[in-house]
Design a protein around this ligand. Structure first.
Ligand code: DGP
Length: 112
């Protein structure tokens, strides 16, 4: 499968890792949109939120259990935003489900 995030998980493309366990990988975004910008992804290839189901939702729950720790370890002590783009209208550019953690500065009040 020609998926850039699967290649990052496999170490075929270098990344700055923020967290890893059996099911989850987190790394710093190559094009940061905030002082701290981390992507959290399932190691299993799931294209987007549209493909979350009862078969894989335990991994999504685990991601959200780990996000506070990943944010804290990255120094985000004053809040952060979590975003996931799904599909064309949301400008999802990488079709491997990912959750952006953004913070390190006061963020915009608007989200769209
Ligand atoms: P989205 O637009 O929601 O699909 O976000 C995809 C993000 O992935 C975007 O912010 C840039 C990031 N990205 C794309 N390719 C790479 C890469 O090779 N390395 C890293 N670290 N981030 C990448």
């Amino acid at each position: 499968m020609d998926c850039i995030f699967c290649k990052i998980i496999a170490g075929e493309i270098p990344s700055k890792k923020a967290y890893e366990d059996r099911d989850i990988f987190a790394f710093y975004d190559i094009n940061p949109q905030a002082p701290i910008h981390i992507l959290v992804i399932p190691k299993e290839h799931i294209c987007c939120i549209d493909r979350i189901s009862s078969d894989n939702s335990a991994i999504i729950a685990k991601i959200f259990e780990k996000i506070p720790q990943i944010a804290k370890d990255a120094g985000l002590t004053n809040g952060y935003r979590v975003v996931s783009n799904c599909g064309n209208d949301a400008c999802q550019s990488v079709r491997h489900l990912h959750f952006h953690i953004l913070g390190g500065t006061p963020l915009s009040e608007t989200m769209a």
